[in-house]
Design a protein. Structure first.
Length: 320
């Protein structure tokens, strides 16, 4: 019996060391990645005139380094998702998904795109059918469903990341008109902080106080951790919006509402991606980010919560 107890203790010690090492990697990544991300987000350089002059100013919206970063994140996330798909379906033509996402996201930075979203979705449906019929022999409904849903999710995530620089989002922050770009950046950083603090708060609170499991999808998640993450997101959005929100038109309750939405949907996004990884039997989407896994592991909450943030803002702007 003593040998068994000793082995159990050794296993626990190994797990604890691994957990502490993982936390160290997370903190080290945050230490260098956060300043770099802030620098990119706050860069006001419009790339298109630098390359092509003024000939495309009336066609293409301003493209900032943060715009390129948004495209890059979605491209890396798509690579990770299609890599998981290939585990189940090694013979494929999933590269058409890259093309569709890229072309459709480019429509977001053009003032008058040639095709609307409904047309683009129909084209994706055709591509999905083509891919499934040719490589899946028309018998794998799961293949078509996983491909279609994944591509649409990645497109929505990317398009709503780009919307953080548009007037609807800029207008909810209380800054002078000539500082709208800074307002958008400040608001974007606030939303991202709320989402990441929701994720980190859930992780740390769950690690310290978690006793009750929340979902079978992610066995490590606890009710205590979910509540902690939710409170973190509500607190950051309420406090920041209380100081810098557009008070005359958008009272502080909008900050509370956004915090609630982030606290819920950031964690739903985490579960959504966890469910996907469980289906493909992988622990992480990749090992790109030390201590965090891949882009889908780190930004799943951002990808899932961002659309709902913009839904709330759109409704408030139209109803107020």
């Amino acid at each position: 019996m003593s040998e068994e107890i000793k082995e159990i203790k050794e296993v626990k010690e190994v797990k604890e060391k691994k957990r502490l090492k993982n936390i160290g990697k997370r903190l080290l990544f945050v230490a260098w990645a956060t300043p770099l991300a802030l620098f990119i987000v706050n860069s006001q350089v419009n790339i298109i005139p630098m390359i092509f002059g003024d000939k495309f100013n009336e066609i293409i919206k301003p493209v900032y380094p943060s715009t390129i970063l948004g495209f890059l994140l979605i491209a890396l996330a798509a690579k990770e998702y299609f890599s998981m798909l290939k585990i189940k379906f090694p013979k494929n033509c999933f590269w058409v998904g890259y093309i569709w996402i890229f072309v459709t996201m480019c429509g977001e930075i053009i003032y008058e795109p040639l095709l609307g979203l409904s047309h683009s979705l129909y084209i994706l449906l055709i591509l999905t059918a083509f891919e499934s019929f040719i490589f899946g022999k028309g018998k794998q409904w799961k293949r078509a469903s996983l491909f279609f849903v994944g591509v649409v999710f990645l497109y929505l995530a990317g398009s709503y990341l780009l919307k953080y620089l548009e007037p609807a989002f800029m207008g909810i922050w209380n800054f002078p008109v000539d500082n709208k770009y800074f307002a958008a950046n400040f608001g974007l950083v606030t939303v991202l902080c709320a989402i990441f603090l929701c994720d980190s708060g859930a992780y740390f609170v769950g690690s310290l106080f978690g006793k009750h499991h929340f979902s079978e999808i992610s066995p490590k998640k606890t009710i205590e951790g979910c509540v902690g993450g939710f409170l973190f997101s509500v607190a950051i959005m309420t406090i920041v919006f209380g100081f810098f929100g557009n008070h005359p038109e958008k009272p502080v309750w909008l900050g509370v509402l956004l915090g609630v939405a982030i606290g819920i949907f950031a964690q739903v996004g985490d579960l959504f991606v966890s469910l996907t990884k469980r289906y493909f039997a992988v622990k992480d989407s990749s090992d790109l980010i030390p201590g965090h896994g891949g882009i889908l592991d780190r930004f799943d909450s951002v990808f899932f919560a961002s659309p709902f943030v913009h839904i709330i803002i759109t409704l408030v702007n139209k109803l107020s």
